[in-house]
Design a protein around this ligand. Sequence first.
Ligand SMILES: Cc1cc2nc3c(=O)[nH]c(=O)nc-3n(C[C@H](O)[C@H](O)[C@H](O)COP(=O)(O)O)c2cc1C
Length: 234
Amino acid sequence: MVFWARLVDTGCGHCETHSIRTQMSEAQGQIVTVGVTGASGAILAQKALALLEADARVSRVHLIVTETGQRLFAEELGIAAGDLKQFPTRILGRPTAKIEILSNKDVGASVASGSYAVDCMIVIPCSMGTLAAIANGISDDLVARAADVMLKESRKLVLCIRDTPFNRVHLENMLRAQQAGAVIMPAIPAFYHQPKTIDDLVTQYVCRVLGQAGLPQDKLVRWQGKSVSREAKA
Ligand SMILES: Cc1cc2nc3c(=O)[nH]c(=O)nc-3n(C[C@H](O)[C@H](O)[C@H](O)COP(=O)(O)O)c2cc1C
């Protein structure tokens, strides 16, 4: 169905011949855009990219990292952006087969057009600044423009917003974005699965995010009505 949707979406006019060809070759898998902004939680982006890279349902990941997002990768994970083309490899710690990085300044990139059929977009983490841009239709960088396109095309957009506490402007922007079709997925960890490590916390949260994006994950610990380990101790 995704394949036919793409043909219909791009099947008119000479200028889109290349786009049709590219997308036909990727028709077997989903195309995902990941935006990373300057909110705390670069580790969440790193985990999302690792799970998407390993996910056989995904054929292509377009990664956009804002300037402050790059700073957060350096400050929180010690990963410098350096040569941008190699950035995804440095984030994953191994070569990537499907992650392509796009410049946040390039508002003419593929994902800036509704004729390019992205299946879902995740902004992880999403700063209050980028939330404000998306909620108010200010598309002056590629993260905000790509998100704007997802909303106008009624496609899945998940915003992993992070700050604390929230002021009234933040809360109103969340409501505006949600009413326009976005999923507001605050970077708030769960504890019901009894995490032992930071990776347990991060994995559970990111699995919930990917589930919201239409890519449910086997690694997600599902609540069954009562805690198994507590039951064993009782
Ligand atoms: C170390 C650091 C941590 C930050 N953490 C947050 C945060 O958690 N949430 C947030 O909304 N902004 C945070 N900011 C501020 C944003 O990075 C800033 O508003 C920036 O302009 C956002 O731009 P962007 O959305 O284009 O990345 C942080 C900035 C720095 C330098």
